[in-house]
Design a protein around this ligand. Structure first.
Ligand code: FDP
Length: 358
């Protein structure tokens, strides 16, 4: 009997219900944000489905091209040759497809004016008949070097409000991250999970594929105050500056008698930050001699993740200041980033402060 009741949980908190509940707290709200968000959610579902099918489509497509009358060895030769030749191509297609999906979803929402995507060199200015009061910065498929091996990848987004009704310009998104009204990411992994903050905590929703709905599974996520994992591309260690080198050394050989931290690094920002958010610890992509501004992009990687970290009780630091206080000058600007558990980020902040004092 209980089993049956479980199958009809129409009282579940879906993401739509959640956002409508939030909206009802602001009686003056006209539902614009709810409409925008439902379009972002739709984009995530499309990309999730495309990512899940990517590996399969490649195999089915190739099998369909193969003449089943051909000899077994010829079949194997063509199969593997085409398979390997198509690998890079497939990756590019999924990036471009995801970008198209989000641009279409955002423009058709009728609630956006300026869009900045990692995939497009220039910002997109929405035609006047479809304009709305929001600007969205996003990376449609972050961690793309992980697509072909099926490792978790994701979409990252941040939302700003337009404060005027003049012609939109890039100035509308070249604002400090602390002016964002919402940020989130969707991770396409063993499950599809959307993590969102509208400035009142961080909430995680898992896609139920049978319903096609994101269900609230992780309400009010709080990052542990201190963690025991560090996450960094240690292959760049020879080019790091003093404070980063010292910090990672301390993770491995703590001086206070505490156990060494574990290293976990997927190489997909969404996956690495998601684990950091849930388990605690620190994710770092520091500056190095080759990349003095680090690798990650301010608008659609650093800001949204920093926003989520702070909302979950953690911190995000650039090596010089609070990440959300940066004021970007260019839409694809980069910045070093250290984010995660409050105490862990505090430690790296102290090392940079000590260096500055010397
Ligand atoms: P990718 O190049 O695979 O798209 O900025 C993109 C990003 O992945 C992040 O998702 C990830 O955290 C980082 O780059 C990985 O960079 P490294 O390969 O240099 O470690």
């Amino acid at each position: 009997m209980d089993h049956e009741a479980d199958a009809f949980r129409t009282d579940l908190m879906t993401i739509t219900r959640f956002v409508l509940n939030e909206q009802s707290k602001y009686p003056e709200s006209r539902g614009d944000f709810t409409i925008l968000l439902s379009n972002i959610v739709l984009g995530c579902k499309f990309v999730c489905s495309a990512v899940n099918k990517a590996g399969l489509a490649k195999l089915i497509g190739l099998a369909g091209d193969t003449n089943i009358q051909a000899s077994f060895f010829l079949f194997l030769f063509i199969y593997f040759l085409t398979f390997f030749l198509s690998c890079g191509e497939e990756q590019k297609k999924l990036d471009v497809l995801s970008n198209d999906v989000f641009i279409k979803a955002l423009v058709s929402s009728g609630r956006t004016s300026v869009l900045v995507s990692e995939e497009d060199e220039e910002a997109t200015f929405v035609e006047s008949s479809k304009r709305g009061k929001y600007c969205v910065v996003f990376d449609p498929l972050d961690g793309s070097s992980n697509i072909d091996c099926g490792v978790s990848i994701g979409t990252i987004f941040g939302i700003y409000t337009m404060e005027h009704s003049d012609e939109p310009t890039t100035k509308d998104v070249l604002k400090p991250g602390n002016e964002m009204v919402a940020a989130g990411y969707c991770m396409y992994g063993s499950s599809c999970m959307l993590v969102l903050s509208t400035g009142t905590g961080v909430h995680g929703f898992t896609l139920d594929p049978s319903l096609g709905e994101f269900i609230l599974t992780h309400p009010d996520i709080k990052i542990p105050k201190k963690g025991n994992i560090y996450s960094v591309n240690e292959g760049n260690a020879q080019n790091w500056d003093g404070p980063t080198t010292k910090y990672v050394e301390r993770c491995k050989y703590p001086k206070d008698g505490s156990p060494a931290k574990s290293l976990r690094y997927v190489g997909s920002m969404v996956a690495d930050v998601h684990r950091t958010l849930l388990y605690g610890g620190i994710f770092l992509y520091p500056a190095d001699k080759k990349s003095p501004n680090g690798k990650l992009r301010v608008l659609y990687e650093v800001f949204p993740m920093a926003f989520l970290m702070e909302q979950a009780g953690g911190q995000a630091f650039t090596g010089k200041k609070r990440a959300l206080d940066l004021v970007p000058k260019k839409i694809h600007e980069r910045s070093p980033i250290f984010l995660g558990s409050y105490d862990d980020v505090e430690e790296i902040k102290a090392l940079y402060a000590a260096e500055e004092n010397n």
